[in-house]
Design a protein around this ligand. Sequence first.
Ligand SMILES: [Cu+2]
Length: 385
Amino acid sequence: MTVFLIIIVIALFSVTVWQMSKIFDLSRGPNTDSSQVASQKDNKVNGYLMLMFLVFIYVISIYCFWHYSKFYLPEAASEHGSEVDTLMFITLALIMFVLVLTQGLLHWFAFKYRGEKGKKALFFADNDKLEFIWTIIPVIVLAGLIIYGLFTWSDIMNINDEDDPLVIEIYAYQFDWRARYSGEDNTLGKANVRFIQGVNQLGVDESDPYGNDDVIINELHLPVGRPVLFKFRSQDVLHSAFFPHFRAQMNVVPGMITQFGFTPTITSEEMRESEYMVEKVGRINDIRKDKSKELMAAGEVPLDSYEFEYYLLCNKICGQGHYNMQMKIVVESEEDYKAWIKEQQTFGATMAAVADVSSVDVSTNEDDALEEDLDEEGNTETELE
Ligand SMILES: [Cu+2]
């Protein structure tokens, strides 16, 4: 309702301004020039305005590059990442070059050939040579960019099985992620939404022996330098798995399995210690300190200091909790990774534990019905009536 009222006020205000400008026009003396043809003075003013606008767009572009470049992502933390960055840089550099040149020419000519008394425009029908030049140059440049992009794309998307990649399933649902490691055999057990029940939140097929040693967890640990093959699955709607620091993104589509592979090259610790990150984290913590002062003055809890972590984010607006759909990624040494994965419970062990608990409960309360509910955190509650 407020928005509607604001729109009405703005509309009425515009009508008032328009009516007033008409009144001013009428109230002008009889000697003023009321013709619709641009005068010598109009042409001059507009010519110089063109030049000023050119300077304005150059200055604002330089300012933006200088001021916002600190928000650029740091060095890519994956093997193929630098290829993506180079492609991006070449494309941007070409676009910038053409943009600076054409905008300069456009505004300069508008200024130079502004209307002047006695000046007459030259009638110029066409010129085959000129047309050929300005057609062939963009064709060559664009074809080059597209072919280069295609090669880079196929290079990145071709996952070589000979590299023995670590197979991990990334499972998306509103509004969180789960990672399923394929275990010792490096083969994921079959899964289907129909098997989703109780603790089996990802619908892993219990009858498939490959699934027994799978590990399901909501934190992604990756050994540095080892190729990883991600298989993506969605429970509900379209999500998009976005790993900005690794320059990777893949749609997560319900009803099908998509995949993407990359090799992490920089551990979380190394990234934290990099010059870029030390500076960035320092900047964020300065802002947090100021905010904390305000909070403490208002008698509220101050903010924790920020520490860098890699994150997997959702990059498709998938619902109201989309903004918070993220999973921490830890890139660590092969030994640390092995020690970590050893401590995790396998899917088989989880199901066996649940079966044990159920059988104990049933044997002690023989006539009671057993009900299992999955709460919001994905934990199983065993309720006895
Ligand atoms: Cu999502």
